[in-house]
Design a protein around this ligand. Sequence first.
Ligand code: HEC
Ligand code: HEC
Ligand code: HEC
Length: 273
Amino acid sequence: MRIKQWIGVLAALAISPMAASATDTLDGKALYEANCAMCHGVTGEVSDFGKSLKPFPARNHRAIAKLISRDEMRRIITYGVEGTAMTPKKYTLDALEIEAVIDYIKTFDYKPNLANGKKRFEAVCSTCHGIDGRAITGIGAKNLVYTKLDLTDIVHTMRYGRPGTLMTSKRHQLSNMDIADVASYVSSLRYMANPANGKALYASNCAACHTTPADIKLIGNAAETRSIADLSDRLLDLRIRHGRHVDRAGKKVEKLSSDSIQDIMAYMRASTN
Ligand code: HEC
Ligand code: HEC
Ligand code: HEC
């Protein structure tokens, strides 16, 4: 059955690429094996030939299949990556065939190795983000423990960097397995804010002046146009522990830990929404 389909696809391709456009008859696995496996490997883990390619080797699909978006895959497969052996595939595969190949790649599974992620994070990221990911290095690196990014966005940031900042692309410095492992490790560092604890902290540190979070008024020009809901966690934290608020609320607020502020903010947001 499978072989028959495969031959069917090949025959259709040989006659006319367009003839193979009925999606439900397309076999993504067969298309992958015929067009991609020689470099990316039958299992998605890069063939010996793929590893030997210059200047850049082929990349492991298995590790990042679930971590890069369909749109990004479609763009790379369609247009290729300039200056590498990843040539545009739009001349050999039609749009539906490309979707079928992506469907197949997306079935690849990978179990991240957190121990390796930690090791690589400490070697490659900690100079800027800190060994604990909290980035108190003062060069503009973000605190990754409080990041709002999901796994896919973390991977995207690692692959492409943030143009114009010290966060450069790590794509050629790290293999896809390292990228998947580090991203999972970064995700595992995430601080889970606890609104119940925030409520208790609010009662003992804030309620004397602001009975409830809804009673809080912003200071200065911001008061007229914005509310707490408009402020990111980072800005709200700054407004609570720095600047003019400390003059009004007293030094005690300045001494609250970052994690306590995360908890308090989670409570404030839950009770003002
Ligand atoms: C002749 C070898 C070769 C073939 C055949 C090939 N690729 Fe690639 N591919 C590469 C190389 C080399 C790269 C790495 C490019 C780079 O360094 O950015 C790559 C990168 C990619 C990427 C980006 C992966 C990443 O982690 O950045 C995707 C997606 C991809 N290929 C899909 C495919 C698909 C799907 C096919 C088959 C339709 C295919 N490739 C066929 C060599 C190949
Ligand atoms: C040379 C310093 C430097 C190194 C090394 C570095 N980063 Fe960054 N990173 C930054 C800076 C600066 C930013 C903030 C960019 C911006 O302003 O958007 C950042 C932002 C990020 C973000 C976005 C966080 C968010 O919430 O927006 C992630 C994720 C990230 N880095 C992950 C990593 C990982 C993982 C590594 C290691 C593989 C790494 N970085 C290595 C400097 C660095
Ligand atoms: C001793 C009194 C006092 C305490 C305690 C206090 N605040 Fe305030 N806070 C003020 C005053 C006064 C303002 C100015 C606006 C107003 O009059 O409501 C203010 C303003 C704010 C603002 C707006 C800051 C700005 O820059 O726009 C926030 C947010 C806030 N408080 C949060 C808190 C939180 C959270 C706590 C507990 C950790 C707290 N406050 C504890 C007195 C206090």
